[in-house]
Design a protein. Structure first.
Length: 401
């Protein structure tokens, strides 16, 4: 076992999947509270990758896999975006042969390898009593696996898509919406100057929350989401009508990256390479829709073509410092995790539900999907959110039912 000082125990924290603002505040919250309660805290570097690459030798240099955290370390980073522990999309239960760490290649030489036994040994090597993964449903699904293997896991939900089941809110979502609104306000000046239709592609593989909320806030006339395969002619007609009604002669639409229109049989991908959780990188549906709108626009505009401005917002909405909500919620989530540890409770997902902080069984992450309730929130005839019946709904309107 690694040489650690006597304490109440050791808590490990890691961040996996895509970066979002709010990760560093969560790391800080866990670390400061844990240290003050008498625990040591180790930060696992590069998500689950750090947990499979450890060499179990006290003389080995494992600095690329983990670091022992202090108040000084986390206080330097919590105001910034991203994660200072770094991240990856590693899935220890499905490691490709060429990704197996060198010191394990003789033992694990299949095309796809399950390195979970090594992860468990590495947890023991570090003397870890509790593990706190922060991530989306992919990262946390492996946390569920470790819990089922007998490890003490408490999960914190993070994803700007806001699609982790069981919680109304995931770290990163508010800043994502804030950035999207701000950048749309920038782009609309060009759209208005040139009297065009503005097409903006945003993240959202299976869930359309990142397109729905900005549209609901008024920065786009329409939005199309993965949960509903839409009619491209209807979208074009609506946007042309919106443009004619606008004194500045422009209109706008928010496109989820996972959206499809009728006639498409699959999402649009940038390439064929899959990540460790089986996902190909999405991107390009905005380009296709933009071109289609331009081609179809004469049909609804007295024979005249309407040009488009096509912009993929991409990583701009997940970069930079966290907003107020993504500074406060991670602080609360981190302290909630420590509250559970002090009670000896584990196997839980920290959640924000119905306006209150709480926790749920961790396996909710893998037991269901969280997507937009189309019947309740999305008008398929108008291709935009419903604007009614807001009473008693949560802050961000749409939640997991």
């Amino acid at each position: 076992m690694a040489n650690v000082q006597k304490s109440k125990g050791v808590i490990a924290i890691l961040t996996g999947g895509g970066d979002v603002p709010g990760l560093n505040p969560a790391i800080r919250a866990v670390t400061i509270r844990a240290l003050r309660e008498g625990y040591r805290v180790v930060g696992i570097r590069r998500g689950w990758a750090g947990m499979i690459e450890i060499i179990r030798d006290k003389e080995a240099d494992n600095s690329h896999c983990y670091e022992w955290l202090t108040e000084e370390r986390v206080n330097r980073s919590f105001r910034t975006g991203g994660t200072f522990l770094h991240t990856s999309r590693t899935n220890p239960s499905k490691v490709a042969k060429d990704r197996v760490p060198k010191h394990l290649q003789e033992k694990y030489n299949k095309d796809i390898n399950d390195l979970t036994p090594e992860v468990i040994k590495n947890l023991d090597f570090l003397g870890i009593d509790y593990l706190i993964p922060i991530g989306g449903d992919d990262t946390l699904s492996y946390g569920v696996r470790l819990y089922q293997e007998g490890e003490k896991v408490i999960a914190i939900p993070k994803t700007m898509d806001n699609d982790v089941p069981g919680t109304d809110y995931c770290i990163g979502f508010s800043t994502c919406i804030t950035r999207t609104i701000a950048m749309t306000d920038i782009l609309r000046t060009s759209a208005g100057s040139h009297e065009r239709i503005l097409v903006m592609e945003v993240f959202g593989r299976y869930a359309g929350f990142t397109a729905m909320l900005p549209t609901m806030a008024g920065v786009a006339n329409r939005c199309v989401i993965p949960e509903h395969k839409f009619d491209i002619e209807l979208l074009t007609q609506l946007l042309v009508e919106d443009r004619l009604k606008n004194p500045s002669r422009y209109s706008s639409v928010m496109i989820s990256e996972g959206a499809m229109f009728k006639g498409m049989d699959k999402m649009v991908f940038e390439g064929t390479e899959l990540d460790a959780f089986g996902h190909a990188k999405l991107g390009g549906i905005g380009d296709i829709i933009s071109q289609k709108i331009k081609e179809l626009s004469p049909k609804f505009n007295k024979g005249k073509t309407v040009n488009t401005i096509n912009q993929k917002l991409g990583y701009l909405v997940r970069g930079g410092e966290p907003d107020a909500i993504d500074s406060i919620v991670p602080m609360a989530f981190g302290n909630l995790a420590l509250d559970l540890i002090l009670k000896g409770v584990h196997g839980r997902l920290i959640v924000l539900k119905n306006g209150r902080y709480d926790n749920m069984p961790i396996d909710v992450v893998t037991s269901q999907k969280k997507v937009v309730n189309v019947d309740k929130h999305y008008n398929i005839e108008r291709l935009r959110p419903y604007y009614q019946k807001f009473e008693m709904l949560p802050l961000f309107i749409m939640t997991s039912e």
